[in-house]
Design a protein around this ligand. Structure first.
Ligand SMILES: Cc1cc2nc3c(=O)[nH]c(=O)nc-3n(C[C@H](O)[C@H](O)[C@H](O)COP(=O)(O)OP(=O)(O)OC[C@H]3O[C@@H](n4cnc5c(N)ncnc54)[C@H](O)[C@@H]3O)c2cc1C
Length: 292
């Protein structure tokens, strides 16, 4: 329990980083922690692809924040503004929460790199509602194609980005398509998955051996792996690559990188910190993990 003279620390975001930070600080009686998140749960994002392909129910990857840190002062709300001069954050509800120290741990959003058509036509997989939207699109397309309401080609799926998320989701969709073949044998042959990666190998942050193993495993599952291919622009069911190839897909999943939400990038200018790749704010000395 924090004493009355405790420093008020507000942690925004109850994801992996925010939760760990709040848990650690809440053990210190000289710190009064307030944890804020727009959701009442912590999302286990590594398993989002399972929700997107119907392998797991949503509840299985969302853990209540209050149960994760019993006794924590948790405020459910979306932070819409940060006022460094007043040391306060404003929630969408209008509530202002004041702090002595502020920890920002709001995670990231999908990065479309301003490529034309991506925001309009591709599905992202960063939160539960987006994973749910992918599941509905994938399963709903089978129903609509079967009823003749959609073209058979719409059963084709493209996943853009050959990092861990793209590799996992492409493999899971190939497995889903195999299962769906039992329910929709007349149209199953039109379903396929193409995984597009800009670089020369999958999983660029892993060893070349792992990249090759992933490529072979996906190919065995029936995924077409397209390397060295950068998306130039997208239309509702067409993806134009810079090398001139055009892919057709009724569902496109964008897994090509992350960025900081636009509205928080301005903080970098206010603090004279030059935003780095994807709008990330470089942490000055003294604000890094492990600094004492
Ligand atoms: C599909 C997928 C698969 C992944 N697989 C792996 C993996 O296998 N291994 C691995 O190490 N990493 C994986 N990651 C990455 C990992 O999930 C992230 O690195 C991690 O979640 C980042 O933690 P974080 O706390 O910074 O952000 P997050 O976990 O995203 O948490 C941010 C929190 O902030 C909240 N929030 C955001 N904006 C606001 C606001 N304005 N007001 C209030 N609350 C807000 C959100 O609701 C969320 O709870 C994966 C990510 C995805 C999307």
């Amino acid at each position: 329990m924090a004493d009355d003279s405790a420093r008020r620390v507000v942690v925004v975001g109850a994801g992996f980083a925010g939760l760990a930070c709040a848990r650690s600080l809440s053990r210190d009686p000289q710190v009064a922690v307030t944890l804020i998140d727009k959701h009442p749960y912590q999302l286990f994002a590594p398993l989002l692809y399972q929700v997107a392909t119907g392998g797991l129910p949503e509840d299985d990857i969302a853990y209540p924040v209050r149960a994760a840190i019993p006794g924590i002062h948790f405020v459910r709300g979306e932070v819409v503004r940060i006022d460094p001069s007043a040391n306060s954050v404003r929630l969408a509800s209008g509530l202002d929460v004041e702090w002595d120290d502020l920890v920002l741990a709001m995670g990231s959003i999908g990065n479309s790199f301003n490529i034309s058509g991506v925001d309009a036509h591709a599905l992202q997989m960063k939160d539960i509602s987006q994973a749910r939207a992918i599941k509905h699109r994938l399963l709903g397309t089978y129903e609509r194609v079967q009823e003749g309401e959609q073209a058979r080609e719409d059963l084709q799926v493209a996943v853009i980005g050959g990092g861990p998320t793209g590799v996992e989701v492409a493999g899971a969709i190939a497995e889903l398509q195999k299962q769906m073949a039992h329910e929709f044998p007349q149209i199953a042959e039109y379903a396929n998955v193409t995984l597009v990666e800009a670089g020369p190998r999958l999983l660029p942050s892993f060893s070349p051996k792992s990249s090759e193993r992933a490529r072979r495993a996906l190919t065995k599952l029936g995924v077409e792996v397209v390397l060295d291919s950068v998306v130039d622009r997208m239309y509702p069911t067409d993806i134009h690559l810079k090398n001139g190839r055009i892919l057709s897909a009724g569902t496109t999943i964008w897994a090509a990188g992350v960025a900081v939400e636009e509205r928080w990038r301005v903080l970098g200018e206010a603090d004279r910190l030059k935003p780095a790749r994807g709008g990330r704010l470089p942490a000055p000395d003294g604000q890094r993990v492990g600094h004492r």
